[in-house]
Structure formats: C-alpha cells, structure tokens
Design a protein around this ligand. Sequence first.
Ligand code: ADP
Length: 547
Amino acid sequence: MAVLPAEEKRKPYLMVEEEHPGDGVEPPVFRVDETTPEVVQSVLLEHGWNEFDKGTRDAEDEDWNLYWRASPFPMVEHANLKPWPQLNHHPRTAKLTRKDDLAKLLKYMKGVYGASLYEFIPLTFIMPNDYHKFVAEYSKERQMFGTKPGYWICKPAELSCGRGILIFNDIKDLVFHDTYVVQKYICNPLLVGKYKCNLRIYVCVTGFKPLTIYIYQKGLVRFATEKFDLSNLQNNYAHLTNSSLNKLGASYKKFEDVIGRGCKWTLSRFFSYLCSSDVDDLLLWQKINCVVILTVLTIAPSVPCAANCFELFGFDVLTDDNLKPWLLEVNFSPDLSLHCSTDVSVKRKLIHDVIELVHLTGPRNQGKGCGRAPQGDASISFANIDRGGLSNVYSSPPYWSFLQVTGRVFTKDEPTMEKGERTCSKNTQTSPLREQTNKQDVLLATREPPKTEPKLTSKHTPRKPFVPYRPRIQAHGCKTGFSLGLQPDSSQEPKPQAGNFLLIFPFNEATFGASRNGLNIKRIIRELQKLMNKQPSQMAKNETKRR
Ligand code: ADP
C-alpha cells in the first residue's frame, strides 16, 4: 500500500483546522439527504459546520467532509471516495440488523466456535423454514414441564417499533406470514418498579479492517409503561419496551413508582440504580461489552474493505433477573429523533461524540492493503507503546485493560450526570432482583436522596459497598476542548476514548495483533474467553484496591 506522507494525508483536516468560520476561510462541510436525522444536522451546524449545497457545489468533487444518511451507500460511493471524506455506513453491515439474519449469523458462530460464548441470543426459529423444528421444541417442553407453559414471542423479521409482534404460550395462537422469527420469550426480565425495561446501547465501529469497536457509555433505557404481567400476554404496554409504542399508551404521562414519568432513563441513571442496590453493575457492563464484540465479529469477515466509513449501531439488550444480558436485536441507523428531555441529552451528545471519534480516528485508507497497518506490524506498534508512546498518554494500566477495570458507566463526579442520578453508596441489603416497589424506590423516582437505599439484589454474591471511581483511561487530546473534526490524527492505534465512547476492541495486545493482517477470530474468541474467566477474580482485586 502506498503510504502518503503524513502532511499530505492530513491536508484536508489541516485546512479545516486552519479555517474557522469568520476567518474568511471555509469550515468543514457535511452532506445530507432526506433521511438524515435532524439532530445530526443541528449539532453540526451549531458547531460551525456548513451544509453541502448541491446547488452551488459539485457533488462529484466530494467537496465535503462527512456524508451522513439513514440508508446504506451504494458500493460505487465507497469506491469513488477520496481519502478525506467520511461516510456514516460501512458496506454490507445491514445484515446484522435483520432479525432472521442475526439469528443465522449467531447460530453459525455457535456451531464453529462453541455454544457457550454465544448463549446471549434467546433460542430462535426462523419461520416458515424452521416451523417443524419449532413444533418439536414446543412439544418437548410441553412433555417436560406439563401444563406449566413456556412463553414465546413471534416477530416479523423486517419490521421495527414493536409492529406485528405476538407473545404466546399456546401454539394454536401462533400466526405468521412471510418471514418471522419465533423466539423464546424472556419471562424473567429485570424489573424496575415492576416495569420491564431494555437497554439501547450505542456502538460505533470505526473500522472493520482492522476491527475497531467503541461502546457509548451513555445510552438509553426504555421502559414498558404498564406493570409486567405474564397472565396477560396481549398487553403490549406491559411486554414491549418500544418507546414509539409506549408513548401512545394511557400510562405514558402518569407518574409511575420508581421510573417516574415517561418511559426513558439514561443508562447512567439505570446503572446508578443498580449499583445503589448492591447489584454488580460492572459485571453486567462487562458482559454487555462481550456481547457487542461477539456480535460484531459475526459480520466482520464479510464486510468488504472500504475507506473512511464508520457505523453507529443500536444494540437492544434485555437483562434478566440473573443479570444476564440478552441480545434482542441490532439496529441499523438507530432512531435519533428527540421526543423527550432524555433523548435530547443523550442523542445530541452522542452525535457530538461520534463526530469527535471519527475525526480522531482520522482518515484511513482501508481500500488498499486491507488489514495492514501502514506503519508496520502490530508488534512494532506495541513496542512503541511500551517505549512510552501511548503509555505516556494513557495512564496505567494500558488502555486495553478497560474491560477488566473500566467501562464504568457511572462515576461519582461525572459532569453530565442527570440531576437525581445518585452515586452508589453503602448498601448491604439483599432481596430478589425482581423489582420491589417500596418507599425508597419512590424516593429514587422523585429524585431526592433516599434516607435508606432501595432494596434490590440479584442471585449473585452480595458485594461490598461500591466506591465509585473514574475510568483509568484518562482523557487526552480529545478532551482538551471541543474539537469536532479539527484534531486529526493519522496514527493507527485506536484511541481509547472520545467523549463518552470507550474503545472495547481491540482490548489487549493479542486482540490487536489478531485483528491486523486478517481477522483471527479463533484467537480473539480465546482472548474473550480468558477475559470472561478472569472477571470474578479481577473484580475482587479491584474491589480490594478501591478499599
Ligand atoms: P422491534 O424491532 O419491533 O422493536 P424487538 O426485537 O426489539 O423488535 O422487540 C420489541 C420489544 O419486544 C423489545 O424491546 C422487548 O421489550 C420485547 N422483546 C423482544 N424479544 C423479546 C424476547 N425474546 N423476550 C422478551 N422480550 C422481548
């Protein structure tokens, strides 16, 4: 691969960097189409970007820095891309986001790499092809459990927003047309104030070759607006957590115990709620990190080389009362509309951080010599780190250790913490993780500090009081003021953090190496397995250190 001299590669950004609105030179330019979310446009405009004007400019010239739209780009757009503009989609990533395709991909991975790591998707059958397999499973369960019903959910493969979903426990109620998935219904969800919820985790893949995955620490938690009740499977307001559906329900505007008004929390508030109840929120976060990596790995080998693209996915994760995260689906172009103050606070900052992240990652050209770090191989790169390169910038431990010690969603003195999102403190109570409604919970909802902590625990070993801490990865360039694209960096090492994005892959030297020069999935999975096995002891050590 021909490596451009650093100055040449950075030129467009340097031009941008030198050009500030009002200086008589041009600010960076973004391009949109009719599908581009409004929030993307408004955040960019607020930060001095200009909108590409088709009337006065020539699109062929690619006289723009970023093109953001909801639908995928045709391959020709990728092929003709100049070295500096960024596209917000990689080619062929949408496969991950169809429910039936996701089930197939994960089934394949299970077959090749072993079922144990890929147990995070509920048992799924794709209709109509798997109908007989489903009937066999259903009958087997009936024989085993007699009259005690198993619950199933039937979802159209291509629809979203809870449309066309059916929950049933008797096969005679199953109706489907076209392509549906029938999935084991998770009937022991983690409840908050007796309400079911699921997590929207934003994930940004800044490159597939080499694979580079960031997780956003400030996602959303969406609630059902009626109490969870298995005796009424027809009540979508109790069983589905889609906001688009729940906001139409009669209970949406009511003040509900614990969850308050509306149907959304920030992820920070949720994790704060968990850890204040002595639930091992860090372990849950780490499991979610692994789910994300293992899921992205399913498509990584099939994504063609393409330069300068990134992908923002929305992972929908349901947590059960054993604190096991279940992947329900992955959304392509996750919803960025703003319907409430929680949306505004999370999604505006998300866009800001995505832009910061992709510009920090800098323009790369994966198109030629895919999978090769232009500056040498992984060992050279990490040798530099060891000699004081990155390790001077990132505090100890090295950045890849975040899966063990960082990734904390909630920190004590976090500036963007919502009012009422409390720090974790002394709590030693234990009780079933299934939510209890009690006075303390109501206090949480009213956002006043409770006199005693809410009682909520899992079937896990009770933990010692949690002492909040800051992630050990310290901010670097991206934190020194607002940059939004004005801080290019052409180095190949992925940045550990940008805004609220944290690097989760690669997470150590071995996975860094295994994602360069081709993707060694076997090796990566081995490393993930080691990591997951290490978690309990590592966590115990961290606890001791903190104390
Ligand atoms: P859609 O694309 O229509 O939103 P999802 O798969 O996200 O479809 O399902 C919608 C909602 O249904 C989820 O947010 C969740 O509340 C509920 N749900 C989906 N699958 C399951 C499942 N297997 N177990 C329990 N609840 C589920």
